[in-house]
Design a protein around this ligand. Sequence first.
Ligand code: HPA
Length: 276
Amino acid sequence: MNEYERLEKCLAAIRERTDFVPDTALVLGSGLGGFTQSVDIKAEIPYEDIPNFPRSTVEGHKGRFVFGLIGDAKVVIMDGRVHYYEGYTMRDVVLPARLMRLMGAKVLFLTNAAGGINPDFSAGDMMLIEDHIASFVPNPLIGENIDEIGTRFPDMSHVYDADLSLAVKESAEELGIKLQKGVYLQLTGPSFETPAEIRMAGRLGADAVGMSTAVEAIAANHAGMRVCGVSCISNLAAGINPTPLTHAEVQECADKNAPRFKALVSESIQRISKML
Ligand code: HPA
């Protein structure tokens, strides 16, 4: 079975359960776990019910697609994502993004928790992802190209869509939420970085660091989706943070800032859906 056939099988399993066609796909990062409580849910499908679908194992991540409405916006939500550090291949990691494209989503809205590198950032800040550095992780498009989905050598000059990003900026302004902007650098994890790695990342132009997201953005761009992303700066990165990093600290800060994060994502998605 090639990758496109695998995707078609996943899609068929979903279509047995719901005929909901989303316009926007949303990936929930740490701290947005409770987001679906404010969604008018029309259907939900646990990942484990989808044959051939990779499943997330990390604590605090539930694995399911949620289909529903945020205002008038028709969304499919990935409640729990798949990380490379769990042992999946990059093809597995980006399968859900491609699948949501096949479900009909034209936009991919990415969220995550990230460590802050930019000295102007504080824990709890929201950062609009303006660009990314994915040079330290395997490219998710390696291997036979899926011609049905996209071209062999996709352009990456404008991965993060200017109009969608403007909608996020306007939403932040309306809600009175300070919005930082910057470059997200993806590393594999699961270890946090050393202070030397963070200094390197800063010199390379990164404002924030995390273990997800950039590869999803690459796959979505390949598949012709418009992409935008917001990071919750859940901690200052190693060497800047005064204490050793723990997953609990990341989760705690992300949870504390969840109400602002949720409000920003919800408002942004409603604005974006009016543009489509
Ligand atoms: N490093 C990498 N990934 C992260 C961090 C970090 O400091 N915080 C949240 N995700």
